[in-house]
Design a protein around this ligand. Structure first.
Ligand code: PMP
Length: 391
């Protein structure tokens, strides 16, 4: 494959080369990355649960009880009582009939969309939806219809421009909280549109669950919406929940149909039972530890104020995702590297993860950050980013 070298060079020349960072410390904001004591502003561990001792103890206890792996897919002999209990507890938490676990959010989205849409249908997607939703739509073979970010009028226009018939077997899909921008989808308007057109609405709430809504019930709940408005709710368990995995929650028939037909549910090994047990412990904390969300809210406000004082313009976002738009990919990488040299990890996010020309530093806040961490970040950005702007 002689062409690989050339392709790799092209990626590098475009400033799009990705490099692994080696973490040798704990899964916490203060850790060791590439051999250096660092403060991590890039993770999705919004509530600081990834390094929680009680959740770790629940995981270890379940390993002692059940062993390490599940040994099979759910529909063979992999469905442990810990999975069952987690599904029931998630459904109850979210006020939905039933929930179904998937091994990851990526796999959930790649299973759900092809199961719910036929090749004759269309998948209406916000232009900034996560890659796993785009890939799920591609797998379905349905027509992909992208609408402008958060723009329900544009969605309406795109819907009307389709030929009669296509729209009937279709779905509207959106991130709840957008992963690279941190803003929240206009869910009441989308739900109204979907209801009017008799289309199901699916929300991927990877970044809303645990963080916003009553007791962390997510973006759908934050608007006072429920199962009738957003029939298909996807949530991930590796972000605010600090563990790993994903689920779909909705009405009985939806879940039963996905269990019968979603290929990424059927043809893969179930999560280890210990991971489900740890997630049950995490769910308890998500519900009870309101102080984590309070801390997060305070720190987000503090970051925004501190940035504004220094004329550092963050994108408009009220969530823990607080991006600083840079534009050029190579510049974003250079700034990210200069911050890493000071022990501050802020990832440069570049195309194809975000649209061309919108490379950014994606700053994320966790409840376990401190004001001192944020002071350090702002002062470093001030010097590095301003020097770069002037240069
Ligand atoms: N959806 C969104 C919006 C995400 O941000 C992510 C993870 N980055 C996923 C889905 C995939 O979830 P997972 O990491 O569990 O595969």
């Amino acid at each position: 494959m002689h062409w690989l070298k050339q392709k790799l060079q092209q990626i590098k020349a475009a400033g799009l080369e990705r490099k692994l960072k080696l973490v040798s410390g704990r899964s916490a904001v203060a850790t060791v990355i590439d051999g250096k004591e660092s403060i991590n502003f890039s993770g999705n561990d919004y509530l600081g649960l990834a390094d929680d001792p009680e959740i770790a103890a629940a995981l270890i206890a379940a390993v002692k009880k059940y062993g390490v792996g599940s040994g099979a897919s759910h529909l063979v002999t992999g469905h442990n009582c810990e999975h069952q209990l987690l599904e029931e507890e998630l459904a109850e938490f979210l006020g939905r009939d039933r929930a179904l676990l998937f091994s990851s959010g990526y796999m959930a989205n790649n299973g759900i969309i092809p199961a719910l849409v036929s090749a004759k249908g269309a998948v209406f997607q916000d232009r900034l939806n996560h890659a796993s939703l785009i890939d799920g739509a591609k797998l379905s073979g349905a027509k992909m219809v992208r609408y402008a970010h958060g723009d329900v009028d544009h969605l309406q226009k795109r819907y009307l421009s389709l030929k009669e018939g296509i729209a009937q077997e279709s779905i509207v899909v959106t991130d709840g909280v957008f992963s690279m921008d941190g803003d929240i989808a206009p869910l009441p308007q989308l739900a109204q549109f979907a209801r009017d057109k008799n289309l199901p609405l699916m929300v991927d709430d990877a970044h809303g669950l645990g963080v916003i809504g009553r007791s962390g019930r997510g973006s759908v709940d934050s608007f006072g919406l429920g199962q009738a408005d957003v029939p298909v709710l996807m949530g991930t368990l590796g972000k605010a929940f600090g563990v790993y995995g994903a689920f779909i929650a909705g009405e009985h028939d939806l879940i039963e149909y996905l269990l019968q037909t979603a290929r990424t549910y059927m043809f893969t090994t179930a999560l280890p039972p210990s991971v489900a047990a740890a997630t049950r412990a995490a769910l308890k904390k998500v519900i009870t530890d309101e102080w984590r969300r309070q801390q997060l809210t305070d720190l987000i406000a503090y970051l925004k104020e501190s940035a504004a004082e220094e004329n550092i313009e963050l994108l408009a976002s009220s969530t823990p995702i607080q991006p600083l738009l840079i534009g050029d990919s190579s510049r974003a990488v250079a700034i990210s590297q200069a911050l890493a040299d000071q022990g501050l990890i802020v990832s440069a996010i570049r195309p194809p993860t975000v649209p061309e020309g919108t490379a950014r530093l994606r700053i994320t806040i966790s409840a376990t950050h401190t004001r001192e961490h944020i002071d350090r970040l702002i002062s470093a950005i001030k010097t590095v980013y301003k020097a770069d702007q002037n240069g």
